[in-house]
Design a protein around this ligand. Structure first.
Ligand SMILES: [Zn+2]
Length: 499
């Protein structure tokens, strides 16, 4: 099984070869796939456009970790420090502004909305991240990186303003966004006329002399606070090293934030490329209008619940669009997603009533192992088609289409092993879909854990196969089937066979 993902760097789909398996990578040894994602500033509830980005990321994480079996190091930052309103280092500080409005300290505001973010992740069945790092807890790491840049003469100071990165000193600045630097420099006016180049950006801002900020820290340059981009570079380096596998974010980050993340990291650390694969998700279109994080009055998951939608209806809707396409959103489309999800659940319930009461729990197996346990050709072929769609740049609309088609054509197929069908769907539900497909079957479902012995043999068999030792692999297969007979001799199996 080979995953292809669209890399913003090359603007094409590329075979995913993690650094841990890449012969061209000569840095410190990797034992995990490193993934970093940008999180919005935590000054109010995330809207559904934000949540779409985390859903896309959830599909990616689950594919790598649960379906392909890669050990994943999964990092997400929380911007809990007040930056200025825009990527351009200008405007008001959102954290300080909203804290005043909500009559709380900036620290209380950050805690409140971090808790809110985590609650929303749970509502949408998005897995908890391994590492969630807060910008305010990594101030020293950010200062250290600015000092590295200073030592190499990449920085300059604008008095009463901040420490800036001189982008004219970087040979290939903007390669991710394929920026036309010359055009940009002569183009629109420079919003900060003290900057040497239009594309220069703040690494650290000085606290205004006459104003008391709630969030400010001492540094070699005096009191101040971090610039918009430095936290991601500093924290990704701390948790994932100087180079790592995948960086995700919204398409709005390509031209400024991610370009600057690359520039400051590569210049400070002297490594290239910083990230092997850059993946960007497209926006959600709310009633025909693009949603980005800085707009006001946006729809949240709580508002969907008030209108009697289940949060997982929204999860289903997100899966009907490819992550690189706009996701159209309005109530009619959400209603259609809700109906589709309900139909799927009802279909499962009916099949269960007609056929079986047992699900064998294969859920913790990656695909290469689970496919060995499925003997029904119909189910095996459908699952393979589903995996092919997923491996093609995470084509979830196609995954959903194949699941629906396969269930709709069950009547036309002469013989389908229903147990195989439930095993496959249960595995897909737990590892990828997470839409509570089996929810209404609830208590009737008995789950048999696979005996540890069988699990172990299956793993050995996979190893033998990978080593192309087919004789040994066949032997192990026979052994597994022998043991299956023991399992099949249970009361549950007898009950199943009666149906
Ligand atoms: Zn970032």
């Amino acid at each position: 099984m080979q995953l292809k993902i669209y890399n913003t760097l090359s603007r094409q789909k590329e075979l995913f070869v993690p650094l841990m398996e890449d012969p061209k990578y000569h840095g410190p040894k990797k034992t995990t796939v490193g993934l970093y994602s940008c999180w919005p500033t935590v000054y109010r509830d995330p809207h559904i456009g934000n949540m779409r980005a985390y859903l896309c990321r959830d599909i990616l994480c689950n594919t790598l970790e649960k379906i392909m079996g890669y050990p994943l190091r999964n990092v997400m930052n929380m911007t809990d420090v007040g930056h200025l309103t825009s990527d351009a280092d200008e405007g008001e500080d959102k954290m300080e502004k909203w804290a005043k409005r909500d009559n709380m300290t900036v620290w209380e505001l950050a805690d409140k909305y971090i808790a809110s973010f985590k609650r929303y992740l749970k509502l949408l069945n998005i897995d908890e991240y391994e590492i969630i790092c807060r910008a305010t807890e990594h101030i020293q790491e950010q200062i250290t990186m600015i000092q590295q840049l200073e030592k190499k003469w990449y920085t300059y100071i604008i008095p009463d303003d901040g420490v800036y990165m001189d982008t004219s000193k970087i040979k290939d600045y903007g390669y991710l966004a394929k920026l036309d630097i010359a055009g940009l420099q002569q183009g629109a006016r420079i919003e900060n006329e003290n900057k040497k180049n239009k594309t220069d950006f703040g690494l650290r801002k000085f606290s205004p002399v006459n104003e008391h900020r709630q969030m400010e820290w001492d540094s070699p340059w005096g009191k101040g606070f971090p610039g918009r981009h430095i936290e991601c570079s500093a924290m990704a380096t701390k948790y994932l090293g100087e180079q790592f596998d995948i960086h995700t974010g919204g398409v709005d980050h390509i031209s400024v934030h991610h370009v600057n993340e690359i520039a400051q990291s590569e210049c400070a650390l002297g490594t290239h490329p910083r990230v092997k694969y850059w993946m960007h998700n497209q926006f959600l279109n709310l009633w025909g209008k693009k949603q980005s994080k800085s707009e006001g009055g946006l729809v949240t998951v709580d508002e969907l619940i008030k209108k009697w939608f289940h949060p997982l209806d929204f999860r289903y809707l997100c899966m009907t669009a490819h992550y690189r396409s706009f996701l159209e959103f309005n109530e009619d489309l959400l209603q259609t997603a809700k109906n589709s999800r309900n139909n799927l659940i009802k279909k499962m319930q009916k099949l269960f009533d007609q056929h079986a009461k047992i699900i064998i729990d294969f859920d913790s197996m990656p695909y290469e192992q689970i496919k060995e346990t499925i003997t029904s050709k119909y189910v095996g072929d459908a699952l393979e088609d589903i995996m092919n769609a997923l491996m093609d740049d995470l084509n979830m609309p196609q995954v959903l289409a194949i699941i629906n088609q396969s269930l709709n054509s069950l009547d036309k197929v002469e013989e389908v092993d229903m147990n195989d069908l439930f095993v496959a769907l249960h595995w897909l539900e737990k590892n990828l879909l997470k839409i509570w497909l089996f929810d209404r079957i609830g208590q009737e479902v008995k789950e048999i854990k696979i005996p540890a012995k069988i699990q172990k043999l299956a793993e050995q068999r996979l190893e033998a196969k990978q080593a192309k030792d087919y004789a040994r692999s066949d032997e192990l297969r026979k052994e597994i089937l022998e043991l299956w007979r023991e399992v099949k001799d249970t009361k549950e199996w007898y009950e199943l066979m009666k149906m």
